[in-house]
Design a protein around this ligand. Structure first.
Ligand code: 26V
Length: 808
């Protein structure tokens, strides 16, 4: 990018003046940010072009990751690191009177995802580029990302996230690559002799999809892949608008508005499926546009579409992009003239699918009326896929006849998108061992019986570049000092730290670094909430979406118990602890919002009470997002991973904590199990029911929340106080009370309470022995290498996509 710090300053100053038309002495922080981002972009663009040309030249097979969500976070800092200019830029800016850390805060944050699924997509793009793999993203350029959360009087309030209002330095609009996407209308078949037919579709509406490309910069390897995000616009130019809406300006604006709505906002509910037409429009919109652009460039290179699966892989991130299957069938049959069998073979060879959740309420099952009205041709194709599939099943597995309602793609007037995904792809994977096993044995048991080889596991991972190297540089440097820097290229080399676990110098240094990060977080907490916390207390953190199954309530009830003990038992002592929460609730999820209100009520009760607050603090940080997460993980001692066993598909926050030297308190759920397998029982605090025990309760019944409540007096008192007016207003937390007692505690919180409390006591004691604690911290970091998304992506690349790295 430039040779050294002096060259950087020179180019920077030049560029500043030409960009802003004023002297650098007049600059605002935002001007400086823009200039720096511009310089980075210039460098990246050259590599971007060269990467693309190399893929073409080498005829590399390329994968396209189709996802409705990419929770990217900010780019500037990571791109500087990837271009290997971070140090020079930091020093150069310093001499010009600026702090890089202030400038990075100027960047608007692309929060184009809800939580784990969207962040995983972003980590995967990072790993693809870092590994020099030909892999790109395809998604939607939402005008509004996930809502901004404010906490007002303890309540969550949502605000729009207008992240594009000051422009986006990391995108290039490509109007010339726009494509049109048809919706609605009617379809008819024209006979063309000897049994053949031609399909005609007269759409009711055409939407123009305009791509915006974002460079995904590989780590110090000159590789730059592409993330293509689509924006919806009217296809009509001024003349056409004039002739269609002559004299009716209001209708004209309404037309534009209704089209732009498609890429206007990200759906903020990742708990419950809703059959919303707009959501289906979003899905077909980005899938159809993405496929069209992939096939256009493929055909330019004169390959035969018969070989599509040898050149292109398309990955379907959860069921949201599953319409890619019938859409590719439509293109191959209606536009390219393939017969059904051949088209089906090609489609299956291209497509693969990941399932990310076992929650039945999240599974997409579109009502056929809605679907047929919006996508009439696609619906016909799905009907035909279903007809042939059911026929094959009955022919080859006659004993399945009794189960056809469960495995059919269309049943009960709905299209089961998960079934379509399994049937229309060559690979279906889960995201952690236990999750994949449950998929095979429960949700997809019948499919697994018929197609055992199609199912496989790919345990999730996180990019150690963003979540360690970039967000925790002091710790990363200290690790490098101990074991060298090979772990940056080969994260499993972190295991070289194992033999340093008992080294007291390393332990002390890591403790010191952790304390510094905690001091910084304490300042941020004070600035944002006014709460003063003690950086030497245990920072015990639960950050993730708010869901009943993730059991933030279990954490809160435990805090409530500590409050009573401190308040009333004079002999009770504890290691001072700061409980930190960050969580967005879906705007329509009433229970989740009540849990937020309860946590904030506990915070108010506890933080101001002089009997309690020297030992206990509770902090709810508003607007949890990637940039806040980057500050939280390095400052955490305890990682709360306490979902009801069998409900969390994997979790990825658990991995980020581990890599940053926090110890996990967790259930045997998702990837916690694999973390336990890596570090051993002595280095993690496991508690609670096993997945099998939970599944037995669910299957056979036999759980009584009331019995738990009756048998545990301490717990009983806490639950009573939610409604009895002793701590809060009478009836104040009735909804939570009811979830536990009236509705029999669906997530088995009361059953796990005592075991959780005991695990927390073990943590309390262990923290008193720094050598014991920091030994475990080091072992956790040492074992975190397998949870790099580089490992995950290599597995996908080899076993599912069959793509190979390039050298530049
Ligand atoms: C679901 C839905 C349901 C329909 C409407 C909109 C919508 C949007 C997003 C989702 C995704 C829910 C699934 C999800 O995020 N799963 C998480 O995936 C992570 C990455 O694999 C995994 O670590 C988490 O355990 C899992 O909950």
């Amino acid at each position: 990018m430039f040779k050294d710090k002096e060259k950087f300053k020179e180019r920077f100053t030049e560029r500043f003046v030409s960009m802003h038309g004023k002297a650098i002495t007049e600059a605002t922080e935002n001007d400086i940010y823009q200039t720096l981002a511009y310089l980075v972009r210039e460098t990246v663009t050259t590599d971007w072009l060269r990467t693309k040309e190399t893929y073409i030249h080498k005829k590399s097979k390329q994968v396209y990751y189709f996802s409705l969500e990419f929770l990217l976070g900010r780019f500037l800092h990571n791109n500087l690191l990837s271009l290997d200019v971070l140090k020079d830029v930091e020093r150069g800016l310093d001499e010009l009177g600026y702090q890089l850390s202030d400038l990075t805060e100027e960047e608007p944050e692309p929060g184009l995802g809800n939580g784990g699924l969207g962040r995983l997509a972003a980590c995967f793009l990072d790993s693809l580029a870092a590994l020099g793999l030909p892999g790109h993203g395809n998604g939607i350029r939402y005008q509004y990302g996930l809502f901004k959360q404010k906490i007002i009087d303890g309540y969550q309030v949502e605000l729009p996230d207008n992240w594009l209002k000051n422009g986006n330095m990391w995108e290039i609009r490509r109007s010339d690559k726009a494509v049109d996407v048809p919706f609605g209308g009617h379809v008819w078949l024209e006979e063309v002799g000897d049994g053949g037919y031609r399909v005609h579709h007269e759409p009711a509406e055409i939407v123009r999809a305009v791509p915006y490309d974002m460079p995904i910069v590989g780590y110090q390897n000159k590789v730059v892949n592409n993330l293509r995000l689509w924006s919806a616009e009217s296809p009509l130019d001024d003349d056409e608008l004039l002739s269609q809406y002559r004299g009716n300006y209001k209708d004209l604006l309404a037309h534009k508005q209704s089209i732009q709505t498609i890429s206007e906002f990200l759906y903020p509910d990742d708990t419950t499926y809703e059959g919303k037409e707009l959501r289906l429009k979003q899905q077909y919109f980005f899938v159809s546009a993405g496929l069209r652009s992939i096939l256009t460039s493929f055909k330019k290179r004169n390959h035969s579409l018969k070989q599509l699966g040898n050149h292109i892989a398309i990955h379907i991130n959860d069921t949201h992009p599953v319409v890619a299957i019938p859409e590719l069938m439509r293109i191959l049959i209606d536009e390219e003239g393939f017969g059904w069998e051949e088209a089906w073979r090609i489609t299956k060879s291209v497509m693969s699918f990941t399932n990310h959740t076992l929650l039945s309420e999240a599974l997409e099952r579109w009502p056929i009326d809605l679907f047929r009205r919006l996508l009439p041709r696609i619906y016909l194709i799905i009907e035909e896929i279903n007809r042939r599939f059911c026929k094959d099943v009955l022919a080859n597995y006659p004993h399945m006849e009794a189960h056809m309602r469960d495995i059919a793609i269309i049943a009960d007037d709905r299209i089961n998108m998960a079934n379509l995904a399994v049937v229309g792809t060559h690979s279906t994977n889960g995201v952690a061992q236990i999750h994949t096993e449950i998929l095979k044995q429960r949700e997809m048991r019948l499919f697994y019986e018929m197609f055992p080889l199609r199912f496989n596991n790919k345990t999730n991972g996180i990019t150690h570049r963003r979540w360690f190297l970039s967000s925790n540089p002091a710790l990363a440097n200290r690790v490098t000092e101990a074991i060298g820097d090979s772990w940056i290229q080969h994260p499993s080399d972190l295991q070289k730290l194992t033999k340093w676990a008992e080294d007291s110098a390393l332990q002390k240094d890591i403790a010191e670094i952790k304390l510094q990060r905690k001091e910084e977080l304490a300042l941020l907490i004070e600035k944002e909430t006014g709460i003063v916390v003690d950086p030497t207390s245990i920072f015990d953190v639960q950050v993730k979406r708010l869901h009943a199954y993730k059991r933030q309530l279990l954490n809160a009830l435990h805090i409530h118990s500590l409050y009573y003990r401190l308040k009333e038992d004079r002999s009770f002592t504890m290691t001072p602890r700061t409980f930190i929460f960050g969580a967005k609730a879906a705007p329509g999820y009433h229970y989740a919002k009540e849990v937020i209100r309860y946590i904030n009520a506990l915070a108010r009760l506890i933080n101001q009470d002089p009997d309690v607050s020297p030992y206990l603090k509770v902090v709810f940080l508003e607007n949890y997002r990637v940039s806040l997460a980057e500050k939280i993980f390095p400052a955490s001692d305890v990682s709360e991973q306490i979902s009801t066993a069998s409900y969390e598909a994997s979790g990825t926050g658990n991995m980020k904590f581990m890599m940053n030297g926090a110890l996990t308190i967790g259930t045997l759920d998702g990837a916690n199990i694999e973390i336990r397998d890596e570090v051993g029982d002595a280095n993690i605090f496991i508690f609670g029911l096993t997945p099998q025990e939970v599944m037995n309760y669910k299957q056979y019944g036999g759980y009584s929340a009331y019995d738990q409540y009756s048998a545990q007096p301490e717990l009983r008192r806490i639950i009573d106080s939610l409604v009895d007016g002793t701590l809060f207003a009478p009836g104040e937390f009735q909804a939570i009370y009811d979830s536990l007692l009236t509705y029999n505690d669906e997530y088995l919180i009361l059953k796990d309470f005592m075991s959780y409390q005991q695990a927390q006591e073990r943590i309390d004691r262990m923290y008193q022995q720094p050598e014991e604690w920091y030994k475990r911290v080091i072992l956790n970091i040492a074992r975190s290498g397998v949870f790099s998304s580089d490992r995950t992506i290599k597995e996908y690349a080899n076993a599912i996509w069959n793509i190979k790295p390039i050298q530049l």
